[in-house]
Design a protein around this ligand. Structure first.
Ligand code: HEM
Length: 509
């Protein structure tokens, strides 16, 4: 028996009651394979809460033959919170999973310990409440420009929602976090700058879609005389190279604006003193070697912040709009709240929209864009779920090296049932989900992301009613829902095909 198989069998033995062997480690970067082809299995996208419900347990154990290690799937929110917020050093992010993000070097999402801390410290001050307000304004600005280009709400339009939103969010983030106010209409998607062969938006999109192949395809494949493969590899490589060139250009420009003599000053002008400037300062001006970002880390963070911020927000908002089209009564309530909170454009301030925030949380509960958050145990420990209702209390011994994995899509109780539970969310009756994770490694951009989402949603709803396309309207509800909410797992949970009609409101604000 090979060494790996022996380790796998040992992991299986350690895994405890209810455990079974799996071929692919879902917490590993190749785990996207696990996401799609085996419906209903633990960790697969369509398994929902059922594996936990069937076992009457909120912790399930599996063992992977490939990696080989024991993997604990956890759906108990209390246990998730406990592991995510661990400050005793028992758990850290699983480095195997996050390798895939290190295309340009280490970054804030993929690192642990002191390496992570210096990157978080470099970025922290860029994510103030003021930044969330700025992101709100820039999102409103970007989406209003997009709406104007669609004919300012005069005629119905069928929109490819993820494509539309990725563009709007990228425009907003480029201004709010990178200090570059682009034009939605031209700069991002359509214009190839001098010296480049692809527009920035195309390079970014390709880089995000090809992240796993880029990491997984061995060097030898680049030498194989297979034309289709070579065409694919050359497109992929070019996209990553061009993206790096775009980022290097932005970094160099920013370096020039930093005053070398007077040092980097704190300033209230968040547009000027944006995230990019703070990251470049941490590379260029930081004197202390243990706090300084290397050139590679700088490039990698410029990339990862854009990836972490733009795709997550655009995809979350895509699922939200699909839900609003499926549930017109929810859409009406959001609309009412929006006109109540923002009677005129000038008065619009982001902050207190309870129902709208609950809709976002509920949509994220069903479709968490970061559905798999694996932590590795650095020493032997235990996991204990107290049990809830029909769910038995369980205690698992967790051997050092095991992985504790939160999630899988819809791994929360109540997700077995379909439908949106907005009122129950507001009343605190639904088990909490943690779509932004928890503890020190929780999402640094949570508030900014929410600001973007609400800003875009609010402006769209003021102009349009959002409805399913005509080919879905006459289908039974369940089929319509399944058609709109198909998804796949790439670098984040991605909508497969959401097309919706923006139908102008009779009376626009
Ligand atoms: C709806 C929108 C968003 C969702 C659902 C979301 C979710 C998450 C989750 C679950 C994590 C933990 C990831 C892990 O443990 O591997 C995370 C981390 C992170 N997010 Fe977000 N995110 C969103 C928006 C944003 C935005 C707008 C930004 C930045 C502009 C951002 C930047 C980051 C970064 C840098 C981390 C790593 C933090 C660290 O490890 O210190 N995210 N996010």
């Amino acid at each position: 028996m090979s060494f790996e198989i022996r380790l796998g069998v040992r992991a299986f033995r350690q895994a405890g009651p209810g455990s079974y062997l799996i071929a692919v480690d879902p917490s590993h970067s190749t785990g996207f394979l696990w996401a799609n082809p085996w419906p209903g299995r633990i960790g697969t996208l369509n398994a929902r809460f059922l594996p936990y419900a069937n076992a009457n347990r909120m912790i399930l154990s599996t063992a992977s033959l490939v990696t080989p290690r024991t993997i604990f799937f956890v759906a108990d929110p209390e246990v998730i919170k406990q592991v995510a917020s661990d400050r005793t050093g028992i758990y850290e992010k699983d480095p195997q999973t996050y390798q895939v993000l290190n295309v340009y070097g280490h970054n804030i999402v993929s690192s642990n310990s002191l390496l992570w801390k210096k990157q978080r410290d470099a970025a922290r001050s860029a994510f103030s409440e003021g930044h969330a307000q700025l992101m709100w304004k820039e999102s409103c600005f970007a989406v209003r420009e997009a709406i104007a280009l669609l004919g300012a709400g005069k005629t119905p339009q069928t929109i490819d929602i993820p494509v539309f939103l990725r563009k709007v969010v990228l425009t907003a983030m480029s201004a709010g976090s990178y200090g570059r106010r682009l034009s939605y209409g031209t700069d991002i998607q359509d214009v190839t700058p001098h010296g480049f062969t692809q527009p920035f938006g195309v390079s970014l999109q390709t880089a995000s879609e090809y992240m796993v192949p880029k990491w997984a395809i061995p060097r030898i494949a680049y030498k194989l005389p297979i034309p289709a493969l070579q065409k694919f590899l050359s497109h992929m490589t070019r996209s990553y190279d061009e993206l790096a060139k775009h980022f290097q250009g932005m970094i160099e420009e920013t370096r020039l604006t930093l005053d070398q003599d007077d040092n980097f000053k704190e300033s209230d002008d968040l547009y000027y003193n944006n995230l990019l400037r703070r990251l470049v300062a941490a590379n260029t001006l930081e004197k202390h070697p243990s706090k300084r970002l290397t050139d590679k880390e700088l490039l990698s963070n410029v990339y990862i912040f854009l990836l972490a911020g733009h795709e997550t927000s655009a995809h979350t908002l895509s699922f939200i709009l699909a839900h609003l089209a499926l549930y017109p009564e929810v859409q009406n309530k959001v609309y009412e709240e929006i006109i109540g909170v923002w009677p005129t454009e000038e008065d619009a301030i982001f902050g207190t929209e309870e129902y709208t925030l609950a809709v976002i949380r509920e949509s994220l509960r069903h479709f968490p864009v970061a559905p798999r958050l694996p932590k590795v145990a650095l020493r032997d420990t235990i996991l204990h779920s107290k049990g809830h209702g029909e769910f038995q209390p369980v205690t698992h011994v967790v051997p050092k090296g095991s992985v504790v994995l939160f999630g899988g899509v819809k791994t929360r109780k109540n997700s077995v049932r379909n439908g949106l539970l907005i009122r129950q969310i507001i009343a605190g009756l639904v088990m909490p989900s943690l779509p932004f994770s928890a503890g020190s490694r929780s999402c640094i951009g949570q508030r900014s992301g929410q600001a973007q989402i609400i800003g875009i949603m609010a402006n769209l709803l003021r102009f349009y009613e959002i409805v399913p396309p005509s080919d879905l309207v006459d289908l039974p509800f369940a089929q319509r829902r399944d058609a709109l909410l198909k998804c796949w797992l790439g670098s984040s949970l991605s909508p497969s095909d959401i097309k919706l009609v923006f139908s102008p409101r009779v009376k626009q604000l």
